[in-house]
Design a protein around this ligand. Structure first.
Ligand SMILES: NC(=O)c1ccc[n+]([C@@H]2O[C@H](COP(=O)([O-])OP(=O)(O)OC[C@H]3O[C@@H](n4cnc5c(N)ncnc54)[C@H](O)[C@@H]3O)[C@@H](O)[C@H]2O)c1
Ligand SMILES: O=P(O)(O)OC[C@H](O)CO
Length: 348
């Protein structure tokens, strides 16, 4: 007999709550005894999930399964959990893990849902998890793909990627989250899957800036396509696979994020394009737009690996107030002419 899954989801924002719903609906479909406990920072959010089975601040009009319970006591959520899912803003993860490292059961599989790079260390979230918890890569899973939370919460059919160095673990987690409207594929390329999710947020800021300036689809398609080229260069330099970048966690997520009005990163970019400063955009956003903070770490990581990322560089220039949005276009279009198909580190 296999042990029933006891899943703890740390972070009851848009994606943490939606992922809990996916896992609960998958457990229903698999007719297993799995339970899901969501940790919410605010007691009122936990109480609403327990009493009304809704989380109206993040997922308006979405009904959650009765298999999902919630608590604002993190230790209670983690107690005996054999799968721990992390869905907090990337820049807060290390401090959060430091606090709870002794409360995570040895042998638990830890899943990262986050799409950010840590400022200062340039570490991917799977690296932060490995550092802070001292666990093996076979216990660390990354879930990423074209996964706008609200669309999935509405049960619109969506595919995703479950990445883990250990393919058996990836397959086990994919089974656990395979809901009638959510189809996960496995991939052993953790680096490529994470880099795809991180960098698309920075490219979505650039596409949002185009929107804010009132530019059309040629411009945005050009940014998306060349954005994929620079994302691919970085992923490959770090050991990722080309095929991953052409898949759901690369091209798929880039297209979804850059096209959707639901994307927080694209929205933040649009506000930058409407001439708000990065500080003003930060104040206007009520949910996490990871690209606003990760862009600097992406550029730093690229420079340390001799990878050219002109779009990320221009976005960082705008965020830092060193480059105007009009200057951004001039800078990108003024670059030396190159071959499109060479994806070596220097070429763009
Ligand atoms: N929303 C999506 O569609 C989506 C999809 C895929 C991946 N992601 C990624 O998931 C991660 C979480 O995003 P989200 O959309 O759930 O964000 P969100 O802003 O909706 O929610 C963030 C959650 O983290 C909590 N939080 C905020 N500051 C914290 C702190 N200092 N310590 C602990 N908890 C804190 C908030 O209370 C909230 O519960 C991000 O990395 C994002 O890129 C989001
Ligand atoms: O709303 P965004 O910009 O954080 O994007 C959400 C997801 O990452 C899309 O896959």
């Amino acid at each position: 007999m296999t042990t029933p899954t006891k899943m703890a989801v740390v972070g009851a924002g848009s994606w943490g709550t939606t992922f809990a719903k996916v896992a609960a609906d998958a457990a229903e479909r698999n007719a297993d005894d799995g339970t899901i406990c969501l940790w919410a920072r605010r007691e009122a959010v936990a109480a609403e999930i327990n009493d009304s089975h809704t989380n109206s601040q993040y997922l308006d009009k979405i009904r959650l399964s009765q298999r999902i319970s919630a608590t604002s006591d993190l230790r209670e959520a983690l107690s005996d959990a054999n799968v721990v899912v992390l869905a907090v803003p990337a820049q807060t993860l290390r401090a959060q893990l430091h606090e709870i490292r002794d409360d995570i059961a040895p042998g638990a599989v830890v899943i990262s849902l986050m799409k950010g790079l840590e400022r200062g260390s340039d570490a991917r979230m799977s690296e932060v998890i490995g550092d802070e918890l001292g666990i093996e890569p076979a216990q660390i899973v990354v879930v990423s793909g074209p996964n706008l939370a609200m669309e999935i919460a509405r049960e619109e059919p969506t595919a995703s990627v479950v990445a883990c160095a250990d393919e058996e673990v990836a397959t086990r987690i994919a089974t656990l989250i395979s809901a009638p409207y959510f189809r996960p594929y496995t991939n052993a390329d953790v680096v490529g899957v994470e880099i795809g999710g991180i960098v698309k947020n920075v490219i979505a800021l650039a596409v949002g800036i185009c929107d804010g300036l009132g530019m059309g689809d040629n411009t945005k398609a050009s940014v998306i396509t060349r954005g994929l080229a620079e994302t691919t260069r970085l992923a490959i330099a770090l050991g990722g696979q080309l095929e991953t970048m052409a898949g759901l966690a690369g091209l798929g997520d880039l297209v979804a994020t850059c096209s959707s009005p639901l994307s927080r990163n694209r929205t933040a970019g649009r506000l930058l394009g409407e001439n708000l400063s990065a500080t003003e955009v930060g104040e206007a956003m009520t949910q996490t737009a990871e690209g606003m903070k990760s862009a600097h770490a992406v550029l730093d990581l690229a420079r340390r690996n001799d990878v050219e990322m002109p779009i990320a560089e221009a976005v960082v220039g705008v965020l830092d107030g060193r480059l105007t949005i009009e200057g951004m276009a001039r800078q990108l279009l003024g670059r030396d002419l190159k071959s499109e198909t060479n994806i070596s580190r220097e070429s763009d």
